[in-house]
Design a protein around this ligand. Sequence first.
Ligand code: NIG
Ligand code: FE
Length: 412
Amino acid sequence: MLIVNIKGLVGLHPKDKLVIRGNEMASLPVLENAWLLIENDLIKDFGRMDEMPPAVSSLPTIDVQEKYVFPSWCDSHTHIVFAASREEEFAMKIEGKSYEEIAAAGGGILNSARKLQQATEDELFKRASNRLQQMIMMGTGAIEIKSGYGLTVESELKMLRVIRRLKQQFPIPVKATFLAAHAYPAEYKENHQGYIDLIINEMLPQIAAGKLADYIDVFCEKGFFSVEETDLILQAGAKYGLKPKIHANQLSVSGGVEVGVKNDAVSVDHLEETDENVINSLKNSDTIVTLLPSCSFYLGIPFANAKGLIAADLPVALATDYNPGSTPSGNMNFVVSLACIKMKILPEQAINAATINGAAAMEISEDFGSIAIGKKANLFITKPMSSVAYLPYSFGQPQIETVILNGKIYNG
Ligand code: NIG
Ligand code: FE
């Protein structure tokens, strides 16, 4: 397939550029007035229209005048396997109840766990498929999905099997993260060690045997998992080859970042609450910082200090956090807009964070996250736009016209 008259081909990082740190994030190479050749599922070549070789121009062609071609969004933090929405908590939130108060009143993660435990694997698969389908049509071309609404051996395995089915049935990369350490089930409220033992001795061996997870995650937060508990769980995961991705500093400076770095986390996620020590602890690591501005928007908690993290030369990624409690939305376009509008980072920085650095946070940036010869042709074509910045500027307005996955137009 040949795409011609592209107004701008966006995100042309060299293929060996696997992650972008700090100040370099402001550079988003764009080739204007370009062509792009896709062969099978890969990007084969590209160049300027006035230099297109004649042999290329005889192929089946899409003409995209006034439109941009982007690498697909890489959404590296989601919880899209859940049984039911929680809009009953929406009103409580509007009336001023905090995330912690709603959880204490029987809402929150334990509410979702009750509902998920009752749902069948097929029901969960169907609902998660609908969500993923919608996300793909909004430009997402790679995704990470967490367990963590099961909280029993049986239901955590059920969630991970649903994620495996999504992996098998959707034409995009899907990474699975084991997050049984998301909340203590009521029966373990006074017996933390009992639940940790269940995770370590019952869940992890079965998950490893079934190859059901790529990563391990812990919600390291006051009222959830302490730093010591997080450390224990991450070390147990490492024995099975599961690298950490951590929920850290969402509601307080929790020590989650430091324990993540100590355990070689691929990413530490959230960081709505951050101080100098947190930033310093990341400086000599390869850990990516994944920010989730839709969660701040929905919960009304602070937006992470993206500018400070970038100024400290850290690699910052953006993801949705799509889940029924803190972020009932899987729209990466909106995430990129919010990052610009509320975190005050530039469109170039936000787009790099949502593409190549998101891919890096799933360890797939050799093949995804930028437009380079030999990379997977997971792309989207915009509607006619006046500039790259128009996409985040026109927040909430759908700007994606065509989705291409594995070199083929995807219609769902
Ligand atoms: O990333 N913070 C922990 N987990 C989710 C919210 C889960 C829920 O409320 O259901 C998050 O925000
Ligand atoms: Fe999350």
